[in-house]
Design a binder for this molecule. Structure first.
Ligand code: SF4
Length: 383
């Protein structure tokens, strides 16, 4: 620990400790946006927030931890980890200085667990209180909820923050116990996610709730991950499930396990959007025999290949739900088609592009326009 250091120097020593913890709405681009220059800039990521894309400080109150999650660089007893700790005053002051210097416009605050989840949560909340009250900051704050945090602490976090995250890590209690033997899936984590739903219904709070899964370290399947994600979207109004492809960390019990392809992460996000934004049921997703999605094709197209190639959808008659099944057509495109066909006939791919459908050629193999299959490619003058 380095209590004597200036807080900004301490932050620089922290580095990009939260590289794999998404802070906003576009987790994959967020990770890539880290500044490779080191120093304080390695704690700052360009994050898509509800208020637009912003540089956000990603920090931990402490990198010391008493838990022993098998995949984590901060696990108790991992010798090669340099530990850093901040008081709430230090962290809040460091954030305020960076903000006044024009370097950040938001903060994502996490922590290792010291003296239990409740005491750790208090340090996170105290930091956020100081940032809001002493420094009168009104912008983006994303706070982690610690395993075992109390109900009133979750309420306070949701009053102070724009977003809170409670990471389930695994999709079932059994998977979690293989990843993190000292965490309790139901009592410490899932229950707190349920609380966020209740709190949003009962209290005046500004925050939504998200969760994250470590993907592929312990044999978890896409079916398991997406079944729970779909349930969380529908039952507790989860804003977002994040999927973090497992990467082995030296000096942890999982150091010899193979890394998971980022492509798997991408397919999970695509399927997750189908559940959340397109209202698909998890049973409709095109899983393979082993419970995973294909890596070589996006899940919407895999479904369309199986169901629509031989039975294309007539654009002039399809319902909104049917339009949303077609690759290349999203919610905005479907709504534009519904409006436009009340006024006239859509007979050509160029008509779809003119309506704002970004990739009508992707839709071409699965649709009929005025009873006819369209050519696959748009004529050059229509592009
Ligand atoms: S509780 Fe968090 S910081 Fe601690 S070992 Fe587990 S994942 Fe890492």
């Amino acid at each position: 620990m380095h209590p004597e250091l200036d807080p900004i120097e301490k932050l620089a020593r922290l580095g990009n400790v939260n590289a794999y913890e998404p802070a906003g709405d576009a987790p994959q681009s967020e990770r890539l946006a880290f500044d490779a220059g080191g120093g304080i800039m390695s704690c700052i990521a360009h994050v898509t927030t509800p208020h637009g894309k912003k540089p956000v400080l990603k920090a931990m109150v402490t990198t010391a931890c008493e838990k022993n999650c098998y995949y984590c660089p901060f696990r108790a007893g991992r010798g090669e980890m340099r530990r850093v700790a901040f008081t709430p005053d230090e962290m809040a002051e460091a954030f305020d200085r960076l903000r006044r210097a024009g370097l950040v416009e938001g903060i994502f605050l996490s922590s290792g667990i010291l003296n239990g989840g409740v005491a750790t949560q208090d340090r996170i909340l105290d930091t956020a209180e100081i940032i809001r009250r002493r420094y009168h900051y009104r912008g983006y704050i994303h706070l982690k909820i610690m395993p075992g945090a109390e109900y009133d602490q979750v309420v306070r976090a949701m009053q102070l923050a724009d977003r809170v995250s409670i990471n389930l890590e695994g999709p079932t209690p059994e998977r979690l116990s293989e990843l993190a033997p000292k965490k309790d899936f139901s009592a410490e984590l899932l229950e707190r996610l349920r609380w966020t739903h209740r709190i949003r219904q009962r209290e005046r709070v500004r925050a939504d709730a998200v969760t994250q899964f470590v993907v592929g370290a312990v044999g978890d399947t896409d079916l398991e991950l997406l079944s729970l994600s779909g349930w969380l979207y529908r039952q507790i109004g989860l804003r977002r499930a994040y999927y973090s492809a497992f990467n082995p960390v030296r000096g942890t019990p999982f150091e010899d396990r193979p890394p998971v392809s980022p492509l798997r992460e991408r397919r999970l996000y695509q399927a997750s959007f189908l559940l959340r934004d397109y209202r698909w049921d998890v049973e409709e997703l095109p899983f393979e025999q082993d419970g995973n999605l294909r890596l070589d094709v996006d899940p919407k197209r895999a479904w369309a290949d199986a169901h629509l190639r031989q039975a294309p959808v007539e654009i002039m008659r399809a319902s909104r739900d049917e339009l949303l099944r077609i690759p290349g057509i999203g919610p905005k495109g479907a709504d534009a088609i519904l409006r436009a066909r009340r006024k006239g006939r859509l007979t050509d791919l160029s008509h779809l592009r003119a309506l704002g459908v970004r990739a009508p050629e992707r839709a071409a193999p699965y649709i009929l326009l005025n009873g006819r299959r369209p050519p696959r490619q748009l004529p050059l003058q229509s592009r």
